[in-house]
Design a protein around this ligand. Structure first.
Ligand code: ATP
Ligand code: MG
Length: 325
């Protein structure tokens, strides 16, 4: 089997059980990541970005149901992993950085315990694993440019600033050589000056460590700077995917066009209008294209049939019945 860190989400469907029914949130999500690639994931609040990423690590809340689909890592379906295999996958192959670094770090442990525990599995076979783990942890803290790593190892999370905590999360993610980093709005809760540093750091590490990255962000500027490709998600499906430059400069899907038109221009006058309408009701979503009620180009077929992702250029796909309008 290929062991190159290939990653693919195929036709994934996830719903949440709620008191009055099922929220059909993720609806046939598809995403393919080449090894070492940085993929941006954008879309309005509530379109299922976090839900999708959590499913990869098996950390969905208990009311979530994965009804179909596959998440393939090195050709193996992660969704079928038992507990032990999933633990191993998390410790060896895939790490996630969350929006809020405080909730990601267990407050009762020192940084050194958090970091060394994370490495335990991958180093378990050596006798002096503790010494090796300590040294690796310190060097990872140095990699993320935290000053005085030995002192930070002795700190509890509450003794660190938000930016420092996020750096610790990133250090934990890179301390063992993993293939895949899921970064879910990693800088939203941070100071603007720190945001840039953290993003640059993720970029640098992704190149140095040949990490594949899925980066969720609401900023098209960050997408432009950081990613090779971008997937535009709407209400649980990918509407457009392509090389970042192509998608930003010549978006093909009506939703992407509208999303890009919302970016306030420095030279423009007034405030951007936003996209009229709202994300569909997940209890009773439209049968066909989920964007149908907001799309100015919708035709009869859009109500009936879900559009599939199809080529609309080199490396560029959209899910739209009225492609090219
Ligand atoms: N535990 C849950 N129970 C019920 N519904 C949930 C649960 N978690 C999320 N949802 C719903 O699923 C939808 C998708 O949520 P998700 O957090 O994946 O969106 P998102 O794209 O990450 O949004 P944001 O950009 O705001 O982070 C939302 O409508 C949300 O209300
Ligand atoms: Mg989210």
């Amino acid at each position: 089997m290929e062991k190159n860190g290939s990653f693919e989400i195929k036709d994934l469907k996830i719903s949440y059980k709620v008191f009055n029914g099922e929220l059909q949130v993720v609806d046939g999500m598809n995403l393919r990541l080449n090894s070492g690639e940085r993929m941006g994931l954008v879309g309005e609040a509530g379109c299922g970005k976090t839900t999708t990423l959590k499913s990869v690590l098996g950390i969905l809340p208990s009311n979530a149901v994965i009804s179909s689909g596959e998440v393939l890592f090195n050709g193996e379906d992660v969704l079928k992993f038992d507990n032990k295999k999933m633990q191993e996958f998390r410790k060896k192959n895939c790490a996630m950085i969350f929006q809020d670094p405080s909730s990601a770090l267990n407050p009762i442990f020192k940084v050194k315990d958090l970091m060394m525990n994370g490495m335990r599995n991958s180093l378990a076979k050596s006798k002096d694993w503790k010494k090796v783990a300590y040294e690796k942890a310190v060097s990872s803290l140095r990699d993320v440019m935290l000053p005085d790593p030995e002192r930070i190892m002795e700190n509890y999370p509450f003794q660190l600033s938000g930016g420092m905590r996020q750096r610790v999360c990133i250090a934990m993610a890179i301390a063992t050589d993993r293939h895949l980093l899921l970064a879910d709005e990693p800088t939203t809760s941070l100071d603007v000056t720190i945001q840039e540093q953290i993003l640059k750091l993720i970029y640098k590490l992704s190149i140095e460590k040949k990490l594949s990255v899925i980066l969720v962000t609401h900023s098209m500027g960050v997408i432009r700077e950081m990613t090779d490709r971008v997937s535009v998600m709407y209400a649980g499906t990918v509407m457009e995917v392509g090389d970042t430059k192509d998608v930003l400069e010549s978006p093909q899907h009506p939703y992407t066009k509208a999303l890009i038109a919302c970016i306030p221009k420095l030279t423009g006058s007034g405030v951007a209008e936003g996209i009229p309408g709202r994300v569909p009701d997940y209890l009773n979503p439209p049968k066909g294209c989920r964007y149908v009620d907001r799309c100015p180009y919708a035709t009869a077929i859009c109500r009936e049939e879900k559009p599939k992702l199809t080529d609309c250029g080199k490396n560029h796909q959209i899910a739209c019945h009225n492609c090219g309008r």
